[in-house]
Design a protein around this ligand. Structure first.
Ligand code: CDP
Length: 249
């Protein structure tokens, strides 16, 4: 997020370098139930981002000292593969992955009915296979579909999308160039049924008016994503009204 470059990110007609208007998000593909050995799973593409999420649990919480006698805990591991970015990323946990794992688990704790599973752990693994900005949002979007696929009771599923500012324009769902050379990035996640915000971060600078517009755009993007999350779950469990168990063979 350098905020200045010679690259034109939004042309005089308001078009972005990938041909989108300010209000358009990137192409989205969501598939539920892609991993046989996990309790629940999902694969998500948002533009050039490719993300896999796997869920295990509720199961006995290890290490035991983390157990909560009143509710399940949600443990999340966000991992960016070494090959997911242009320059090889150093494998393993870093400050950024610890932060993203924490905010993802906190967002999901708002919707999972953790009180039903005392002493248990619900484990969420997010693997970023290919990154192009917006991976925390794509990861959370995938994780909530994977939780639903695992049959974990939840108030709702959680869509996440960022809005931001580049070349002085407020834009939905920044791509890598807009994220690198733009002025601000605001990832957001909501509980669609209540419009409660469960994740909100901000990198860069915006005026109050621009921030309000960015939130409005991101909430709109999340609602579109929500419809696609539900479609993916319906496709997984219904083929002409029957449960789809084709991957069980
Ligand atoms: O991915 P997200 O926008 O949630 O997080 P970020 O920290 O703002 O990173 C923006 C983008 O920078 C990522 O999606 C990657 O494309 C890239 N990145 C990278 O190339 N190498 C890293 N170690 C971290 C991020």
């Amino acid at each position: 997020m350098s905020g200045h470059s010679d690259i034109v990110l939004v042309d005089e007609k308001g078009m972005r370098i990938d041909g989108r208007t300010a209000e358009e998000h990137r192409a989205v593909k969501i598939e539920a139930g892609v991993l046989k050995n996990a309790d629940g799973s999902a694969y998500v593409e948002i533009g050039k981002n490719k993300v896999l999420a796997a869920v295990y649990g509720p199961r006995e919480c290890h290490p035991r000292h983390l157990q909560n006698p009143t509710k399940a805990i949600v443990q999340c591991k966000y991992n960016m593969e070494a090959y997911s970015v242009g320059d090889r990323k150093r494998p393993g946990t870093d400050r950024r992955s610890i932060e993203i794992s924490k905010i993802t688990a906190e967002a999901l704790e708002n919707v999972i009915l953790t009180g039903l599973f005392p002493r248990a752990s619900i484990d969420v693994y997010i693997e970023i296979l290919q990154a192009n900005a917006g991976t925390r949002c794509a990861g959370l979007t995938a994780a909530s579909v994977a939780l639903a696929d695992a049959g974990i009771p939840m108030k709702d599923i959680v869509p996440a999308m960022a809005a931001g500012k580049a070349d002085g324009h407020v834009l939905l769902d920044l791509n890598k160039e807009e994220d690198n050379y733009g002025q601000a990035d605001v990832p957001l996640a909501i509980v669609p049924s209540t419009e409660e915000i469960v994740l909100l971060q901000m990198d860069g600078n915006m005026t109050r008016e621009e921030f309000d517009r960015a939130i409005e755009m991101a909430v709109g993007g999340c609602k579109e994503l929500y419809a696609l999350q539900k479609d993916a779950l319906k496709r997984r469990y219904t083929v002409d009204g029957e449960e789809d168990d084709s991957d069980e063979q």
